[in-house]
Design a protein around this ligand. Structure first.
Ligand code: GDP
Ligand code: IMO
Ligand code: MG
Length: 419
């Protein structure tokens, strides 16, 4: 059996949570491989809405094993809040969730460092989610991090060493950290974390594969936020691309099967950084209003623009995408004209390659399509799709070279159409 991967092809918030929930019944295991509570994955079903941050989106479909992999960074306080909310909703989470011993812990001081580094950057700030993601991954790579498995031996000492480093750094940055209150809460949450089963995700998943079980890996963020290939430095601190599933769970590349690449029918971005097709006009505001484009975690306004096929071709290549999933098609139901960026004009030169740096010299070249001008939200099958929508999808498939196998026409689990 192979491992399938589902990941975002844009700047995050493509609708990964919704689709993982929809696909989960096809799998035995759902596993998160990177990121942390910077993610906000929204699921809607039976009239209720849930936002998951560190817990895999397979958690609501009963029976599957859900895994937080070694590539994830975990904030015990936020994890406890999220897990207890799920328990209140009737999810027997302790029975189905397993956590990698090698996942790194986000400490209270990591969050302070995140804020301090952002302050230092001034106008050049990244606009992080403020969850301590960058400093936690920095500690991991610089070999100073604390891992979930550390909780079980000599933890106070390890914590004290890491904290002393952070306090020295914060003090050098002119901060006067006072963490007594949050630290007590954090240690309480560490006790709560101990109630979960810790595993070596690499052994667990490989044994599952060997015994014929199927695994779905859930990405967080999107490929354009990848630390190597995204719009650096305006990126997150992990590898959000498919390779991240290998390192973030302990799965060999030869074990990867389907790669589901998920994208919105338009494009959004939260935080700072380049966005060639961003719309600053009424059209952008209309997409934001209809698409409810406000952050699931921070409530921040998402920047909105037209779909960017230069960027999508790039991320499809990086991930080896085998199937495309198009989200939020319904948001464009009421537009007379829909645009897709097919190339960039950079200082008079046309290119279809995603450039090293995107600045004001990049002008999108658009192709226009007539809108379908009808309500898609109640459609149940691809046979009902209007001709203009079919033409638009056919165009995307031709440009991107990969079939669109799922179309989402609303936030609910049921508003999902297989092609
Ligand atoms: P994720 O981070 O990739 O899981 O995406 P988010 O949950 O942050 O953002 C996606 C938002 O769009 C959520 O509010 C979803 O409920 C909503 N959504 C998902 N699919 C659709 C869709 O097809 N149509 C509409 N209108 N909303 C959708
Ligand atoms: P999901 O999984 C959208 C963005 C932040 C910021 C940059 C770095 O819901 O798609 P970080 O806190 O990671 O250091 O912030 O990355 N960002 C996201 N944008 N969706 C996300 O996750 C994001 N996670 C981080 O806004 O620009
Ligand atoms: Mg999100």
């Amino acid at each position: 059996m192979k491992v399938d991967v589902l990941l975002g092809l844009q700047w995050g918030d493509e609708g990964k949570g919704k689709v993982v929930d929809v696909l989960t019944p096809r799998y035995d295991v759902v596993a998160r491989f990177q990121g942390g509570p910077n993610a906000g994955h929204t699921l809607e079903f039976e009239g209720k809405k849930y936002v998951l941050r560190s817990i895999p989106s397979g958690i609501f479909q009963h029976g599957q094993v859900n895994i937080i992999g070694n590539g994830v960074v975990l904030d015990p306080i936020l994890f406890r809040d999220e897990a207890q909310d799920l328990q209140k909703s009737g999810v027997d989470i302790k029975k189905v969730l397993k956590i990698s011993r090698k996942a790194h812990l986000i400490m209270p001081t990591h969050r302070l460092l995140d804020a301090a580094y952002e302050k230092l950057k001034g106008d050049a700030k990244i606009g992080t989610t403020g969850k301590g993601i960058g400093p936690t991954y920095t500690d991991k790579v610089s070999r100073n991090g604390l891992r979930v498995g550390d909780i079980l031996s000599d933890f106070d000492k390890k914590y004290a060493v890491a904290k002393a480093r952070h306090i020295a750094l914060l003090t050098a940055l002119g901060e006067t950290p006072d963490i007594a209150e949050i630290e007590a809460k954090w240690f309480d949450a560490i006790e709560y974390l101990k109630e979960y089963e810790f595993i070596d995700s690499e052994f667990f998943i490989n044994k599952m594969i060997a015994s014929g079980k199927s695994v779905l890996c859930e990405g967080a963020q999107g490929s354009l936020l990848d630390v190597d290939f995204g719009s650096y430095p305006f990126v997150t601190s992990s590898n959000t691309v498919c390779a991240g599933a290998c390192t973030g769970l302990g799965v060999a590349p030869s074990k990867i099967g389907e790669v589901y690449g998920i994208f919105k029918a338009y494009c959004t971005r939260v935080g700072s950084g380049p966005f060639p097709t961003e719309l600053f006009d009424e059209t952008g505001s209309k997409i934001r209003a209809i698409g409810h484009e406000y952050g699931a975690v921070t409530g921040r306004e998402r920047r909105c623009g037209w779909i960017d096929l230069v960027a999508l071709r790039y991320t499809i290549m990086l991930n080896g995408v085998t199937q495309l999933i198009m989200m939020k098609s319904d948001v464009l139901d009421d537009f007379d004209t829909i645009k897709a960026c097919v190339a960039y004009n950079i200082n008079g030169v046309k290119t279809t390659d995603f450039p090293f740096s995107i600045d004001n010299d990049v002008t999108p070249i658009y192709r226009e399509f007539p809108g379908w001008k009808c309500d898609m939200t109640k459609m149940k099958s691809a046979d009902e799709f209007p001709a203009q929508f079919n033409d638009y999808i056919a165009f995307l498939e031709k440009e991107l070279g990969v079939p669109v196998t799922i179309v989402s026409v609303g936030p609910d689990r049921e508003q999902t159409i297989l092609r």
